[in-house]
Design a protein around this ligand. Structure first.
Ligand SMILES: Cc1ncc(COP(=O)(O)O)c(C=O)c1O
Length: 438
């Protein structure tokens, strides 16, 4: 397998320019300077070709530059680019109706549009406070909800995100996320670990720290993303829904990474048989055009005119891109994510049998994590090994991103073929073998 010489001369020039003028705060994964992309393939400015198993952090679900998405944006761009949320247009109304129709509630839904994941989380948090008249929240260790001051107070995946930014928003209490591979709590005999976590929330957080009648909402990822692609056990969400119902607490489901078909269903929460009260969506919603959506039960949208708004909400390019994206997801790509996801997980488990550095393969649909360990018995995370695997993958033409302490995430476009998965997994196994020899 051929190792590529990256970055090439053209990329080097741009990296130099970038390092002079772009904020150094961005965490950069690889020196990939993109020229163009098509489906699951990406080319850099020196003509190197890569398979993309990261999709711009789980964003381009329909693949790079899907012709139907591009056409929708081009058509809209010729008419108008912006009018602001002070006015109206049909694509905004159409998208809000569409999102209401696909929302995972039996009751009617209403939609607030913004420009990013963090912003749609901010809107959800503000709406929960406004609607309940309560101020406190529960979130989870390992969570990622964004980096704006409100969202950051819920994010608990790495302390670097908070370093230098205190004080954060008060009133957010973190419970362990139900990670059955590395549980922090002890279950009672016969208890599902998800139920254990909910019992911890009820007995320790609500019992000792904050009375339930002061809690507005629980903000939770249906599959933890940046925290390591962790899938909760089946008992978790029903127990959490029950706890919320008993105390009048809102269940806020952050689907920014796991939603829009990524797990093989439109919404990841659909795997767990419960209905949330608010859903947040971004990333995969508009195939790369910035868009965030906060979707709530209609009965909760009790805030009055002026309570929340923005300049770009309902941006027409984002709306038409999202409409084309949802069509493609429903026509074929959600189904493809479910099928190719199963195929990928099976293939990864075969690879795992040959490499004891691979501690766990986990995930739903095309949201799959491979956790690298120092020793399968202790399950101690091996970050250095994971980082080297990623570097080798990149040098051999496969783009991946890490998450959690020692996990490589597989989040390719939902349009990816089995042949492309095979090609990527060959590189992945080669990268593991090279790392093992080091
Ligand atoms: C679950 C979740 N929520 C919120 C965010 C924040 O999104 P953004 O980076 O668009 O602000 C992310 C980003 O990774 C996410 O994964």
């Amino acid at each position: 397998m051929q190792k590529m010489n990256i970055p090439g001369p053209k990329a080097k020039k741009i990296l130099e320019q970038d390092s002079k003028y772009v904020s150094p705060s961005y965490p950069r994964a690889h020196p990939l300077v993109m020229s163009h992309g098509k489906g699951s393939e990406v080319w850099d400015v020196d003509g190197n070709r890569f398979l993309d198993f990261a999709s711009g952090i789980a964003v381009v679900g329909t693949g790079h530059a899907h012709p139907k998405v591009v056409k929708a944006i081009q058509n809209q761009a010729e008419k108008f680019l912006h009018i602001s949320s002070d006015f109206y247009h049909s694509a905004w109304a159409d998208l809000s109706q569409r999102l209401s129709e696909i929302a995972p509630f039996s009751e009617e839904a209403g939609v607030f549009l913004s420009n990013s994941g963090a912003e749609c989380v901010e809107a959800a948090v503000k709406l929960a406070r406004h609607h309940t008249g309560r101020s406190q929240f529960i979130a989870f260790l390992g969570a990622f909800h964004g980096r704006t001051m409100g969202a950051l107070s819920f994010t608990a995946s790495k302390s670097i995100y908070r370093s230098g930014f205190f004080p954060s928003m008060p009133g957010v209490y973190h419970a362990p996320y139900p990670d059955t591979y590395r549980p922090l709590l002890a279950s009672r005999p016969g208890e599902d670990y998800g139920e254990t976590v909910v019992r911890y929330i009820e007995e320790e957080i609500l019992g000792r720290l904050v009375p339930p009648e002061d809690v507005a909402g629980v903000l939770v990822e249906p599959v933890q993303g940046e925290g390591g692609y962790v899938v909760p056990p089946l008992g978790f969400f029903p127990a959490l829904r029950d706890l919320c119902d008993r105390h009048g607490i809102l269940l806020i489901d952050d689907e920014v990474q796991a939603g829009m078909g990524r797990t093989g269903k439109m919404w990841a929460i659909e795997h767990f048989g419960v209905e949330p009260d608010i859903v947040t969506s971004a990333k995969g919603i508009a195939s790369g055009v910035p868009l965030g959506a906060t979707i709530a039960r209609k009965s909760m949208l009790t805030w009055p005119e002026g309570a929340h708004g923005n300049t770009y909400g309902g941006n027409p390019l984002a709306c038409v891109s999202a409409l084309a994206t949802i069509d493609l997801l429903q026509e074929e790509f959600i189904q493809n994510a479910a099928e190719v996801g199963e195929y990928t997980k099976d293939a990864l488990e075969e690879i795992q049998a040959r490499h004891k550095s691979m501690g766990q393969v986990r995930g739903l649909g095309l949201m799959i994590g491979v956790d690298f360990v120092k020793d399968p018995a202790t399950r101690k995370p091996d970050k250095t090994f994971r980082d080297r695997v990623e570097e080798h993958c990149f040098e051999h033409g496969l783009v991946t991103l890490g998450c959690g302490k020692s996990t490589v995430r597989f989040a390719p476009p939902l349009s990816i073929s089995k042949a492309e998965i095979d090609e990527g997994l060959q590189i992945f196994e080669h990268a593991i073998s090279l790392t093992e020899k080091e």
